[in-house]
Design a protein around this ligand. Structure first.
Ligand SMILES: Cc1ncc(C[n+]2csc(CCOP(=O)(O)OP(=O)(O)O)c2C)c(N)n1
Ligand code: SF4
Ligand SMILES: [Mg+2]
Length: 305
């Protein structure tokens, strides 16, 4: 064998074959992501497509709903139904989609600005209603799309175009907020740990009720100092082995505990969903929602209004 022959790009071929065989490509659209090379969002779209494939959800039975931001470009890159809505409005639209057709798997996706600045008023209500959707919150601690302004999760002291003399505002604690809002599944993962991320997306989507997955993700273009891969790799830790996800106070303590973000499932609870409550209303109003197939149930629900 010649020296040239040993340098053939076998690894790339093998990698492409693995990706092809994984089935994930069935859930990727033909539109290539417009994100900057190295952006954490690539790992997240991979996590979502893996989850859809693993769970055997047909493309036409899934809907990805987003607001506005780099993160909110998601629906373009996933081969499902999708809605790219208004800034901060992913959750009310996703709630509407789920109420209109309970049979759909609905995933809302957005950034820290979309979810906790302009859209911050919607989060508590989606959580307390326990609408059966998954909310993937892609937190890079900055407004990426508009070229790097501070966001509600930016660190104190962070220098951006809107904080040239350092950010003064205390960052929100989204995990603690979601726990107190009544979300029935709350977890955290990191784009730099793709295997952990994939497992968490699957778990979040398997939960019946409002699942909130906080995903730490570097903006490699506008943040060179704070939420970088290098810093996050050193900071993140796993939740303690004995953590009990049914213990809300323990989950809150972990959410508050230190500067080092913990990865894993903080909290899980079973509670009636918004869909259950709507079925109950239909029945009490004289319908027979529970005995009808979902499609008829939804049609009936509309007809009775
Ligand atoms: C009503 C409205 N206000 C402001 C904007 C400008 N804008 C677009 S995206 C964005 C922030 C996006 O930040 P984030 O949600 O964190 O997403 P990222 O780009 O970081 O993924 C802002 C302020 C807008 N599009 N619409
Ligand atoms: S600007 Fe930042 S968040 Fe947006 S695609 Fe580029 S790296 Fe990602
Ligand atoms: Mg952001």
């Amino acid at each position: 064998m010649t020296a040239t022959a040993t340098l053939q790009p076998v690894y790339l071929d093998e990698k492409l074959r693995q990706i092809h065989d994984s089935g994930r490509l069935d859930y990727r659209s033909k539109t290539l992501p417009t994100w900057c090379p190295g952006c954490g969002y690539f790992a997240i779209v991979d996590g979502l497509t893996t989850a859809l494939r693993q769970m055997g959800i047909a493309n036409e039975n899934a809907v990805v709903v987003s607001g506005i931001g780099c993160s909110s470009r998601f629906p373009f890159f996933v081969n499902t139904y999708g809605m790219h809505t208004l800034h901060g409005r992913a959750l009310p639209v996703a709630t509407g989609v789920k109420c209109a057709n309970e049979a759909l798997t609905v995933v809302a996706v957005g950034g820290d600005g979309d979810g906790f600045a302009i859209g911050g008023g919607h989060v508590p209500h989606a959580a307390r209603r326990n609408v059966d959707i998954t909310y993937l919150l892609l937190d890079n601690g900055i407004y990426g799309l508009t070229k790097g302004q501070t966001s509600p999760t930016s660190a104190v002291g962070f220098k951006t175009t809107t904080s040239p003399y350092d950010n003064h505002d205390q960052p929100l604690n989204p995990l603690l907020m979601l726990l107190s809002y009544g979300a029935t599944w709350v977890g955290q993962t990191y784009a730099g740990r793709p295997d952990h991320l994939k497992r968490m997306v699957v778990e979040a989507m398997q939960h019946r009720g409002f699942s909130y997955l906080h995903i730490l993700s570097p903006c490699v273009t506008f943040d060179k100092t704070d939420r970088t891969y290098q810093n996050l790799d050193m900071e993140v830790r796993d939740l303690p082995e004995g953590h009990d996800p049914s213990d809300k106070l323990a989950a809150m303590r972990e959410a508050m505990s230190s500067e080092r973000p913990a990865l894993g499932l903080f909290y899980r609870e079973e509670r009636a969903t918004l869909g259950d409550a709507l079925d109950d209303i239909v029945e009490r109003a004289g319908g027979n929602a529970a005995r009808e197939p979902v499609a008829l149930k939804q049609a009936g629900r509309k007809a009775r209004r």
